[in-house]
Write a protein that binds this ligand. Structure first.
Ligand code: SF4
Length: 331
């Protein structure tokens, strides 16, 4: 089967509700991102997005709560205590969290995510979630991106008003991180056995990862019933062990995003890429993230603005020019 036949077949499978098989995913990832075939792949993924998510786009707002050193020392993360990047530790106050949640709900974000380093108190986080729910009106989804937790904590978070969890088995988990895959999978199992919905992207993707590795992590996301997936790049942070390895080109990241769109089909109707690019929206992504506060992919914490200036307004302009309409809730 040639590339064009394979892409058409992948779209058919996506629209039939099935998952694409591993070999086809790898073949799509093998296409040269600069080729005409890849342009066709991107256009086809965008057509699939029109049908699967009905051209509805969404903004995911993340508030990084704590700018702190983390003893897990992941090789790509600026918080790793061994890298010595975090000099002045800080944490966003409860009032500031509420203010930021209000701001992003008013600006039309569908998700408000609270992100922390690995050992942030889950009791404290759960109280913050409850306070947001009791103070910030709206039909937004409240999500958390935190360390490991068990089923009991998952249920507690759901009770506090959390509806989504971002969690993943990262690429080269245990090699570029100090975690055992077993521990990460156990948290994914806890989410699966709770009322919480899972968002799990293929991440953090760099030029060092093979097509096979990318396909396997994507299929792990599907195995744990992730309803939102996509691709997140490794951003080279100077001073971290992977800081000298170059980032992926935006075309390659857009290609991977397009492949996740076709491979997931209706199983994960929301496809995100991070960092955002206009080309990936034109190639089938319908979710982008805006970030504020502490950042694992940069060397500073700033809750006065968004990372790299990518705000909800820019997201809306990019979505509109890619044929989407932005909504603050699922339709
Ligand atoms: S990615 Fe998470 S666990 Fe790893 S060093 Fe950063 S905060 Fe810690």
């Amino acid at each position: 089967m040639n590339n064009l036949e394979l892409i058409k077949k992948a779209k058919q499978i996506a629209l039939s509700g099935k998952l694409l098989d591993r070999e086809s995913i790898i073949s799509l990832l093998k296409i040269d991102p600069a080729s005409e075939d890849c342009e066709f792949l991107g256009r086809t993924a965008r057509e699939a997005a029109s049908i699967i998510c009905k051209d509805r786009a969404y903004i995911w707002a993340t508030i990084g709560l704590d700018h702190k050193s983390c003893s897990m020392n992941c090789d790509f993360c600026s918080f790793g205590e061994k890298w010595g990047i975090v000099k002045d530790e800080s944490e966003i106050s409860g009032n500031e969290i509420i203010k930021l949640a209000h701001k992003y709900v008013n600006e039309g974000a569908r998700w408000i995510f609270l992100r922390t380093t690995q050992f942030y108190s889950l009791e404290k986080l759960s109280k913050s979630a409850e306070k947001i729910r009791n103070t910030v009106p709206g039909e937004y989804e409240l999500g958390v991106n935190i360390g490991e937790f068990d089923e009991e904590m998952a249920k507690k978070l759901a009770k506090a008003g959390v509806t989504y969890v971002y969690h993943s088995l990262r690429l080269r988990e245990g090699e570029n991180t100090r975690f055992s895959a077993k521990d990460r999978l156990s948290t994914l199992e806890s989410v699966k056995n709770s009322p919480l919905k899972l968002a799990f992207f293929v991440e953090p993707i760099g030029c060092e990862h093979s097509n096979e590795e990318i396909a396997d992590i994507f299929l792990t996301a599907m195995k744990y019933d992730s309803v939102a997936t996509g691709a997140m790049a490794r951003v080279p942070v100077p001073g971290t062990p992977l800081g000298n390895l170059p980032a992926l080109s935006s075309k390659r990241l857009a290609q991977i995003t397009a492949v996740t769109r076709l491979a997931a089909g209706y199983n994960a109707p929301d496809i995100c890429l991070h960092p955002a690019s206009e080309i990936a929206l034109k190639w089938g992504a319908n979710v982008v993230a805006v970030e504020t506060g502490a950042l694992p992919r940069d060397t500073y914490s700033n809750s006065e603005g968004e990372w790299r200036g990518f705000d909800t307004n820019t997201a809306k302009i990019w979505f509109n020019s890619s044929g989407y309409k932005v909504f603050s809730k699922v339709g």
